[in-house]
Design a protein around this ligand. Sequence first.
Ligand code: 2HG
Ligand code: ZN
Length: 474
Amino acid sequence: MNSPMRHAPAPDLLSRFAAIVGDKYAVTDPNDLAPHLIEGRGLYHGRSAMMLKPGSTAEVAAILKLANETRTAIVPQGGNTGLVGGQIPFDGELILSLTRLDKIREIDVRSNTMTCEAGVVLQKAQDAAAANDRLFPLSLGSEGSCTIGGNLSSNAGGTGALAYGIARELMVGVEVVLADGRIMNLLRKLKKDNTGYDLRHLFVGAEGTLGVITAAVVKLFPRPRSVETAFLGVPSPEAAVKLLNLAQSQIAGTVTGFELIIREIVEFALKHGHNVRDPLASKHPWYVLMEVSSQQAEGLRDNLEEFLGSAIEQDLVTDATLAANLDQAKAFWHMRHTLTEVQKPEGGSIKHDVSVPVAEVPAFLAEASDAVTKLIPGSRPVPFGHLGDGNIHYNVSQPVGADKADFLARWGDVNAVVDKIVLKHNGSISAEHGIGRLKRDTLPKVKDPVALALMRDFKRVLDPNGILNPGKVL
Ligand code: 2HG
Ligand code: ZN
């Protein structure tokens, strides 16, 4: 594969790119570029001479055509909320911001589909679906700023995946601009379309390395007529798994959320979060935030109360509080979504976004905590995550009073210990955040070698000049 340009493009080339979008949308002011060069965790700082903000798919196509002809590397960016550095220009690549492609092109309530451009903010998509009495169920902590294009490119998971599926499963059709500027229009609304290779899924989860997603058709669902939310104290992850299985088989409604949270990170939230209150009167080692939804307007609360009564009898739940109203339910979710932020004031945090089969989660948690605290005495594992998907954010905070840089220097060591346990349990080292730059060097150690070779082949075919998000994933 040819290497793309690693140095800043010459001024006359930058002018040619700027001419495609117009000067107003070719950002070069360092102050305006700055927020696009760093990511939320502050792990990476990139550099770039220009951010292009195209206003149409045709402009994206023109940009990629020129980039391909001139071997200019491009990093696509949506809301810049990615957690593995996939959206950061590490070597002076031009940033291709999709945020101006922010139109919802169509909501088809009878086919239950919505056609969104890549830059539509997730919350706007959710709100538009709700305004049409439909549900778009993708839900993430960053939903106020992440975009549909980024969600699909990173194959986001989030809290609704348990019932409704991950981003890949919510995508029905897609429009992609290829590295050479060709536009591939697969914007169909069809569940069944058996016309040869299904190319749509190549671009979902590819983190912008195979093409640039400019629009997508996503699935809509009927809006639940009743939703109940409960915050539960549970004695152990083992009890939480049993509770999940019981809920899935017993409740006459769908379990639409099942988040496991360790007490220690609830303490972080109480200490550092805004408007966070301890949801239960006494402390519990673990919590489950559970949501159930039904198409019946009546009866769900009674079902849930009855279910929790029997769960308490079976010692699966030690204390429970049901949201009395929508505001309280929002407060529970607010606490859940604040968990990433509240780790920051506690100093360095070494992250693992991993998955194991649901049944293996308790063993994984016990083994990982044992190994990590042996490796770094005093380090504080604060696991939480989407138990219903076997997806745990196995984050480890630095020992109190330790030096942050010294602790973060152990990132690789801690990852190695945790990843080994993940693999032992037939899990994945990246459940929902992707590979990006963060896990690029780990991927070859864990991926089936034939699959990895095929991934490289696809990359060569689709991006022979290596201009699309170089150095990410592969
Ligand atoms: C979440 O589930 C996100 O809140 C981020 O995936 C988790 O902080 C993290 O590692
Ligand atoms: Zn998550």
